[in-house]
Design a binder for this molecule. Structure first.
Ligand code: MRU
Length: 373
């Protein structure tokens, strides 16, 4: 996507030194655009844990590159066996950083699987890790682009029904290109519609506590010229009742193959309000975000609990100076549940890189038959 007219992905290898991984440090957006260099697997673990990068697909791609940096570090191990052990250790370190987004473990396991199956010397193993990291990133971008193409007819159909009046889409958190390598998931059909000349307007939930909607989704929609309005998290239900929302679309950090959707805290409430008002509620995801083992997402998906300081303090900018302010009594405890799970019965459909299906095991497995057990 474009930033100030220049095309960017969210993660890439440095042109000067391909052993340096570069990311957009999202903690500074929307106030400053900062690119950060990652040189070690420890730096990658910090970047994921402290949310310099975030969002399911980007966490996966970053973990893929983290495993490449881990492979570079392990190449001094002496033997392929010692290399693999060091790689496994780094993989465990990365997986421990954030528990809900399944793409993290998926990318680490994919790297380990490639290394374990390769009969190669240390040089070859490092090369394979680099190629796999690049492939994970390229695939993520391509799958998101396809999600946009599959979702586009849904928005076009609403636009036709409204005789050219803008289609009002509501989204929660940031499942935009900043949460992936490019395009995003929830935003991809929106960008596709906008680029096709379909008038779209996006209601952007601010998404407390970290305000990924207000700070990131609003910023990237603005960069692409998509009309949008930031709203407080509690406004969605009212707007739906008043007929001001035509379509709700979110991303997801983990979706069971049975159709239960883990996403940023507050998503469940939007799905309930959408159901009550007869508004379609879609979830967009690449296949890397499916959990192919778990059946009962509501009770089994681990929900990350983050530091209470994210609830008690808000970061903002005044006269160009970025500052953090306390918004609660200093001593009040705060709970910080980062995700919730929307049960499949509230989900109209899942938009994947292979097409759209219902939120049910048989429908998901019809699109991904190779995952049948
Ligand atoms: O905690 P985050 O910012 O990594 O949360 C992930 C998200 O951005 C959202 O839950 C998003 O809607 C799904 S991830 C594409």
């Amino acid at each position: 996507m474009q930033v100030l007219g220049k095309p960017y992905r969210t993660i890439w290898r440095s042109q000067e030194d391909p052993n340096i991984v570069q990311i957009i440090d999202q903690r500074h957006l929307p106030h400053r655009f900062v690119v950060e260099d990652l040189r070690t697997v420890d730096e990658v673990a910090i970047a994921i844990r402290d949310m310099h990068v975030r969002g399911a697909g980007l966490i996966g791609a970053t973990a893929g590159y983290g495993m490449y940096l881990a492979a570079l570090e392990a190449s001094s191990a002496g033997s392929p066996q010692a290399f693999l052990e060091a790689l496994e250790e780094s993989g465990e370190k990365l997986i421990a950083t954030r528990p809900t987004a399944v793409n993290l473990e998926w990318a680490v396991k994919r790297q380990l699987d490639v290394a374990q199956k390769a009969h190669s010397d240390l040089f070859g193993l490092v090369q394979l890790a680099r190629e796999t990291a690049d492939t994970i990133a390229d695939e993520d971008a391509d799958f998101c682009r396809r999600i946009g193409q599959h979702g586009l007819p849904l928005l076009r159909e609403i636009a036709e029904r409204k005789n050219g009046e803008a289609v009002n889409v509501l989204t929660h958190c940031n499942a935009g290109w900043l949460a992936f390598v490019d395009y995003g998931t929830a935003t991809s059909p929106i960008y596709a519609a906008h680029d096709a000349g379909i008038p779209v307007h996006v209601w952007v939930d601010e998404t407390r506590p970290r305000n990924q909607g207000a700070g990131l989704t609003a910023w990237e929609l603005g960069q692409h010229g998509v009309p949008h309005t930031v709203i407080v998290d509690n406004a969605g239900g009212y707007l739906m009742q008043q007929g001001l929302v035509d379509f709700v679309i979110t991303g997801t950090d983990r979706t069971t193959f049975t159709g239960d959707v883990a996403n940023k805290i507050g998503t469940y409430l939007k799905a309930l309000a959408a159901k009550d008002n007869g508004i379609p509620f879609y979830v967009a995801l690449p296949s890397s975000t499916f959990d192919w083992e778990m059946e009962d997402g509501v009770h089994e998906i681990p929900i990350e609990q983050r530091d209470s300081s994210e609830v008690k303090y808000v970061i903002g900018s005044r006269d160009g100076e970025v500052m953090e302010v306390l918004i609660t009594p200093e001593d009040s405890p705060a709970g910080n549940y980062a995700f919730d799970v929307t049960p499949r019965r509230l989900v109209t459909g899942l938009i994947t890189e292979r097409g759209i299906c219902g939120a049910a095991a048989d429908e998901v497995l019809r699109l991904f038959p190779e995952k049948r057990r």
